[in-house]
Design a protein around this ligand. Structure first.
Ligand SMILES: C[S@@+](CC[C@H](N)C(=O)[O-])C[C@H]1O[C@@H](n2cnc3c(N)ncnc32)[C@H](O)[C@@H]1O
Length: 252
């Protein structure tokens, strides 16, 4: 039988590579790790890569195995999910991966300007009803740019046509440089490590026959950000009960 939630939480509290700061427990003050992740935890000066909404942390762990010259931090609020990745990293003795349990809304409290090189968003909830909860909205870009190196990379991998279309529009509206984009990753001809790591959610969507979309863009540090003014068809395979009841078919 697998471990229960309480046993997982007990493990998490003991793991040296797990940092827990849920919003409900932290005051409006910066975390002591802010600006110090490499000095105090990783003990090197390698670039730091975040996986935001990491769930079980397949990307954080998978990338950490492949790229020992980079440091990875998986971020999520759900501790029982994160435990899977944290345990795996511990069992494999991976020294270049950590986990931060917190709300992404306050992510800028944990990293100093220029401390992070790249951000991965893996199968983020599209949040079709509320743009300020959507992890690729300008609301979050404002937070990410506070600690991302100038022109740092943001990767989004998603099943959601809504999320992908919205993100493309957000990138276009703000003239962010796009490094790669495809609406069908596994038929794009791309030969890259990202094709060899599949997250829990990714596998579920693939099994249902959905194509995987991917965009990689650079986030400039300067300039005012504009929310795109677009009407986007909602994904019909997700539950969005309230909008269904109101007969809503698009995001506007
Ligand atoms: C759909 S799951 C994807 C998990 C994983 N990346 C995967 O592909 O299997 C989205 C994850 O993002 C986390 N998440 C969403 N919004 C969040 C927020 N604002 N703060 C912290 N975690 C968040 C959820 O807890 C959940 O684990």
């Amino acid at each position: 039988m697998g471990k229960g939630k309480l046993a997982k939480f007990a493990d998490m509290a003991e793991y040296p590579h797990v940092f827990e700061y849920p919003y409900s427990q932290v005051a409006d003050t910066p975390c002591e790790m802010k600006g110090n992740w490499n000095r105090d935890f990783f003990k090197n000066d390698h670039p730091i890569v975040l996986e935001l909404g990491c769930g079980r942390g397949e990307y954080a762990v998978g990338l950490a195995r492949r790229y020992p010259e980079k440091n990875f931090i998986g971020v999520d609020i759900k501790g029982a999910r994160m435990w899977t990745g944290a345990k795996q990293a511990q069992e494999e003795g991976l020294a270049n991966v950590a986990f931060l349990r917190t709300n992404i809304e306050i992510i800028d409290r944990f990293f100093a300007p220029g401390e992070v090189s790249e951000i991965w968003l893996t199968f983020s909830d599209p949040q079709m009803k509320k743009v300020t909860k959507r992890l690729t909205s300008t609301y979050f870009m404002e937070r990410y740019r506070k600690f991302l190196v100038p022109g740092g990379l943001v990767h989004l991998k998603t099943d959601s046509n809504f999320m992908f279309t919205y993100t493309k529009a957000m990138v276009e509206a703000n003239h962010f440089p796009v490094e790669f984009i495809t609406d069908d990753l596994y038929h794009s001809g791309l030969d890259d490590d990202i094709l060899r790591i599949r997250t829990y959610y990714e596998q579920q969507w693939l099994d249902r026959g959905l194509s995987i979309k991917y965009i990689k863009f650079r986030l400039p540090q300067e300039g005012e950000l504009a929310e795109p003014d677009v009407e986007i068809e909602l994904d019909d395979y997700r539950s969005y009960n309230r909008s269904k009841r109101s007969g809503l078919k698009t995001s506007k």
